[in-house]
Design a binder for this molecule. Sequence first.
Ligand code: UD1
Ligand code: MG
Length: 248
Amino acid sequence: MDSVAIIILAAGQGTRMKSNKAKVLHLLSGRPMILYVVDTAVTVCSDNVIVVVGTQADCVKAVIEKEHQVSYSFQSEQLGTGHAVMCALPEIGDSVTNAVILCGDVPLVRPETIVDLISRHENEKNHVTLLAARIPDPTGYGRLVLDQDGCVERIVEERDATSHEKGIDVINTGIYCVDRQFLSHALKHVGRDNAQNEIYLTDIVGIAVSEYKRVGFGLCADLLELTGINTADDLLKVEAALKADETS
Ligand code: UD1
Ligand code: MG
């Protein structure tokens, strides 16, 4: 996996958790959420993992450093997921062809799923490959807007979606494999004209489509694996599902 780097986004405060603790430090079954994601990243790509830290950066780094050796980028202001990735780009070596992006708040994604995503990306010769999922309740997630042929046109966030778009049940898991050169090019063109006034990473999809680049997606069948944790309630639900899995 020399040609792949993994970027983990972990700089956000996690306002929706309503807690003073940075979201990725919250415990899931007794272990800080961020460690699940770093474990997975290191399994796939042992020596090329970059964690973007910001909120309580020193604490997040200290938790990771006890178990893993990774690189860090610092995002001083949380201007959005696209901006967080921009902060990591200088850490990526020129020999890297593709960057995989993981979210620190999507803790249960498995290494096999990431390896499959990278294979799909390479086999389909895509510029962007998304990990998506079809879920019964897509509330809160970004939705994949597909054209008549089932190809991705763009991603729309819940807060920017029309009521029709909110009805789409194919969601963005926040996990991507992107051609490194395209990623750095596209991020220069992402604006902040959205409901949250943030630099959305998801906007690189629409940019890729407008430039006739290849965009693909794979569907993840395991709903627990792709669950994003934004609220204390999400955390409790995932913890309960994990426990149920262990006892079944
Ligand atoms: C994001 C995606 C959404 C997707 C969902 C999957 C965007 C704009 N939206 O939404 O399409 O369905 O994840 O779970 O990307 N972070 C930073 N710096 C920032 C902002 C965020 O490092 O400035 C980190 C957070 O710490 C978190 C991750 O990025 O680990 C995702 O951020 P979050 O605010 O949770 O995004 P969602 O609203 O869940
Ligand atoms: Mg989230």
